[in-house]
Design a protein around this ligand. Structure first.
Ligand code: BGC
Length: 797
């Protein structure tokens, strides 16, 4: 097939001989399978699995108000969504109490008709007559609680978390049914609590399902009335069926938490100041994020309900380390896992390191490696090696305590803990470094200009030296792109035409090795280069625009589509795509292979719909549960986020299209994201927030990366040469394309200077021209961006 055939001709023909892959049975089954693998069994007194045929009563509007995924650009338009009631009835017909299902279904429909979002509805009162009927029908109640959040807004906290907290009565009411989350959405609402209390009073056995996109209150699950609890997450289009399979034992839970679940939202060190200002966020907790905080800071362990890595199964396992070997920095742990129970199941073996508290404080634990076993039958044993690199235990020294601007391993004892969660991981090996070791010497980049203090391992704070703030007029061009009228992509731009213009080198000649890239670029005028630095109009079913589009030189206009829970094609386009589970659930599978399979399936759907760049995966860190977009992201831990992100990229790119890893970086809050400066130490930046991106670049060579809206230490990420040229391309050797997030507020000419190649969804050509005419940017600056775009186009399609 000709290069860029699908992008040019938009044939919308099936990709496979067997028909369309988009929303195929195979992809829907994969979505369901991934969902069962990533749901986490939090509690079970032996009630689960239920025998098929056990009558159950489904309580709570979450029974029908099932949330498949979060909102905004991560929302996927699919053909159906199977809720909890439908899933259970499909698997165990007749087991539920139909009048109660009808009651919730009708209620949810009536609220939806009024425009209330899924998961944002008030819990209706459970009528006594229906409760009595349900009680006659069943001894077992299944109570479902659901939550929704989305792009552009953070979850309501319930108490002020800073002077610029945007959540007041009015905003809560806009998002949700009147006043429903006035106490925040972390805890149960009063109405939900009333339903739960009724369930406790009426039923001997109560099972709880949490259909949520982020960390919520689980302290109440310790109530002895709760027999079992399953964290279903937002599990995609088949989430109801996946939950049913686990409840009735058609599948055995094997998901493990990729986040810590503490007692209360205020237990997170970043909650109190989350909305301190619309203009900045101080990352004062430094590297102590998630379990690094709860396992290290004195007194915080006791605040944890469910630790990182935790998850139950219907069987039991014995995990043993049978030997350790070491060659320089490479450690190999021989692991034996035996299924000691009576059901087939999978276990996740996790390896943590504890580094010595030297001149630099260290998190008490830090995930180094993990592996999920294959399905093991009762009595079956698996043996494998778990490899770890000691250098991954290094700390970034940003003040010169050991060696300034270097990754260092401090002298002292390193403990290696192997087990099944961050707490249940006994020490299996120690090694002692007799002296400090510099693993990699770097130079200071993106140092903070203003961060009042940072947390230390003992719970106290230290002040940080800060560099001079950036001088905003250094570029000589008044900052005005963010206020300038937005140029819309031109809908009348000429479509791509394949006819060669006589005498010109076409991009295909370069892609197919008949011509040299530099000779191709030399033909382009300055204005043509400027044109290529901006996004291009939609074609076909795309609605997030494209890039390229210079027909006279055979440059195609390739289309993008959103993700990450599926390929997002907005109505009115008639195409519906597979809705996969949210990113957080995928991380909880601890199974890169299934994440890679989801990536490959999504990549194929993208390609079948004549699009080329999937704006997936999203790998920001779960710094605080309030972030409205956490559902899209993987974890509080950068290692698992990096492993899963790399798996997703490999899958996507195996389909011949480009992944686009986003949002680079520190976009950890949604309200005011275009104005907010994430202020953090170089150490936190390196050890937590850049790490997943770095691993993905190293392990899966993504073809594109998207910068974020926010600034980092005073620099908008798309304008940061230190971030894009010095760190990403210089240190990490990244060779792909960098694009902005959509309609970001950075200046186009500063993006060009920083190494951000394409401004999406459209450029500011007049402003670029002005910058060129005034000598602020040069033709060679433009060429650097366009060269990378052309190289990217030569690789895809
Ligand atoms: C989001 C991105 C998304 C883009 C295109 C932005 O608002 O932050 O994640 O890919 O829109 O829809």
């Amino acid at each position: 097939m000709n290069k860029w055939y699908r992008s040019v001709h938009l044939p919308h023909t099936p990709l496979s001989d067997k028909g369309y892959v988009t929303l195929s049975r195979e992809h829907i089954d994969l979505s369901c399978k991934a969902a069962t693998e990533g749901m986490v069994l939090l509690k079970n007194d032996g009630t689960l699995p239920l025998a098929k045929g056990t009558p159950v009563a489904l309580l709570g509007k979450g029974t029908c108000d099932y949330v498949r995924g979060g909102g905004g650009s991560g929302e996927v338009h699919t053909s159906y969504i199977r809720n909890i009631a439908e899933g259970i009835e499909l698997l165990a017909p007749g087991s539920t109490y139909a009048p109660l299902n009808d009651y919730y279904r009708d209620y949810v429909q009536s609220q939806r008709d009024k425009g209330v979002e899924f998961g944002m509805l008030a819990e209706p009162e459970l009528p006594d007559a229906l409760l009595e009927g349900a009680r006659q029908h069943a001894d077992v109640a299944i109570v479902s609680i659901s939550r929704f959040s989305g792009e552009g807004w953070d979850r309501p906290c319930g108490f002020p978390c800073g002077a610029d907290d945007p959540w007041d009565q009015q905003t809560v009411d806009q998002r949700a049914d009147k006043g429903v989350f006035m106490k925040g959405d972390f805890s149960l609402t009063d109405a939900e609590r009333a339903t739960v209390d009724k369930a406790f009073a009426a039923f001997g056995t109560v099972i709880v399902l949490l259909n949520v996109g982020g960390v919520v209150d689980t302290a109440w699950l310790s109530d002895p009335h709760v027999s079992a609890a399953l964290l279903t997450w937002q599990a995609g289009m088949e989430g109801g069926l996946a939950a049913a399979k686990l409840l009735f034992g058609d599948a055995n839970p094997s998901g493990k938490l990729a986040d810590t679940f503490p007692m209360h939202i205020s237990d997170f060190p970043s909650t109190a100041d989350f909305h301190q200002s619309r203009y900045y966020v101080n990352y004062t907790e430094d590297v102590y994020v998630g379990y690094r905080y709860f396992e290290t800071i004195p007194g915080m362990k006791e605040r944890v309900c469910y630790p990182f890595g935790f998850g139950l199964s219907y069987t039991t396992f014995n995990v043993k380390c049978t030997g350790v070997s070491q060659r320089e920095h490479d450690l190999t742990f021989r692991v034996q896992v035996t299924n000691t129970g009576s059901r087939a199941g999978r276990e996740v073996v996790q390896l943590y390191v504890s580094a010595p508290q030297g001149k630099l404080g260290k998190p008490a634990r830090h995930l180094l490696a993990f592996r999920k076993t294959a399905m093991l039958s009762p009595g079956e044993q698996a043996e494998f090696d778990l490899a770890a690199d000691l250098r991954d235990a290094a700390s970034y020294d940003d003040t010169g305590a050991v060696c300034r601007s270097a990754w260092v391993l401090e002298m002292g004892e390193y403990g290696f803990h192997l087990g099944t969660d961050v707490r249940s991981a006994p020490i299996v090996h120690t090694l002692v470094l007799a002296q400090d070791e510099t693993v990699q010497q770097l130079i200071s980049h993106l140092a903070p200009t203003s961060l009042p203090r940072r947390l230390k391992a003992d719970g106290s704070y230290e002040t940080l030296p800060c560099r001079e703030p950036r001088s905003l007029d250094a570029d000589n061009l008044p900052n005005k792109d963010s206020n300038a009228p937005r140029p819309e992509p031109d809908p009348n731009a000429p479509p791509f035409q394949e006819e060669p213009v006589y005498g010109r080198i076409l991009l295909r000649d370069v892609a197919e090795g008949r011509a040299d890239m530099e000779a191709f670029l030399a033909q382009l005028t300055d204005d043509e280069l400027i044109h290529l630095c901006g996004g291009q109009p939609n074609m076909g079913v795309a609605d997030t625009c494209g890039m390229g589009n210079l027909p006279a030189y055979g440059v195609p206009n390739i289309m993008t589509a959103d993700g990450p829970a599926g390929v997002r094609i907005n109505p009115p386009a008639p195409v519906r795509t597979t809705c996969f589970p949210c990113g957080t659930l995928l991380a909880c599978t601890w199974d890169p292979a299934i994440v890679e399979a989801v990536g490959a399936a999504g990549g194929e759907e993208l390609r079948e719909n004549d699009e080329v760049m999937w704006l997936t995966p999203a790998v920001n860190i779960h710094r605080n549960p309030l972030c409205g977009r956490n559902f899209e992201y993987y974890s509080e831990d950068p290692f698992i986020a990096g492993v899963m992100g790399a798996a997703m990229v490999r899958g996507i790119q195996s389909a011949g299209v480009s992944a686009c890893v986003k949002h680079f970086c520190c976009n950890d809050k949604e309200h005011f994201r275009n104005e907010s400066d994430s202020r953090l130490s170089e150490r936190a930046l390196r050890e937590i927030y850049l790490r997943a991106f770095q691993r993905i670049v190293r392990d899966s060579a993504p073809m594109s990366i998207m910068t974020s809206y926010n600034a980092v230490n005073g620099w908008r990420t798309a304008e940061s040469r230190e971030l894009l040229t010095d760190i990403l391309r210089g240190e990490w050797g990244y060779e792909g394309l960098v694009i902005t997030d959509w309609w970001g507020h950075s200046e186009h000419h500063l993006e060009v200077l920083a190494g951000n190649d394409v401004k999406m969804p459209t450029g500011f050509p007049a402003r670029l021209r002005e910058a060129l005419d005034r000598g602020i940017i040069t033709r060679s600056d433009l060429l650097a961006c366009v060269r990378r775009l052309m190289q990217f186009l030569c690789r895809v399609g």
